[in-house]
Design a protein around this ligand. Sequence first.
Ligand SMILES: *Cc1c(COP(=O)(O)O)cnc(C)c1O
Length: 245
Amino acid sequence: MSDDPRRDELAAALTAARERVARAEAAAGRAPGSARLMVVTKFFPADDLVRLVGLGADEFGESREPEAGRKVAQVRADLPGAVFDVDMIGSLQRKKAKTVARWARRVQSVDSPELTEALASAAATALDAGERTAALGVLLQLSLDGDPARGGVVEADLPALADRVAAHEGVLRLDGLMVIAPLHGEADAHLARAAEVAARFRAEHPEAAELSSGMSSDLEKAIAHGSTCVRVGTAIMGARPITSP
Ligand SMILES: *Cc1c(COP(=O)(O)O)cnc(C)c1O
């Protein structure tokens, strides 16, 4: 026990989530560590990220700018020298590309040529200014049912979008695909289809090997269907707090 109950709570939940990932990898006959755990910290304050970095978490997902940028800046100030990465995983307006390119390792929700161009220009500026040192990673968000509420592009539109990302070599880096399965009903079938699309995509773009799929409710299914990065919020952070950070 420590004198910080929230830290204890996060420690227990993080351990439980890591165990779920490890069990799912084993059940799928996959190598330990082949599915990474990303902690989704949206809605929760910078202090929780500080606690989680202290507990060894090193990959985070955020979904709202400018709140995310402020939070990341605060954690970097509180923990100078700490090694962790933060991805933008929520839908992103073009006008916010500029600030996101300053803090995000990757944007997982790229689903239009316009957003790609905005991110390329923002990442180039950030690289020139020394605000980032590596190309901005891009995951194309796949939509399997064309449901605009979850965003994403259909499989037929992936090649053109991938080419557009590739045209910005050194500024953008094509890392793979991201998918959000429906919360109810056919998550399993959805994740299976996402794995098929990802295999076809990888045949064309071998470097873009990431398949970001699976959340609190379906991470086991996602790992069974080839996820390399599960994005877990509620199961680690708890329910959404009433006040915003
Ligand atoms: C919030 C969010 C998650 C985490 O969802 P939980 O069900 O809380 O684990 C994962 N991915 C995206 C894109 C999200 O917005």
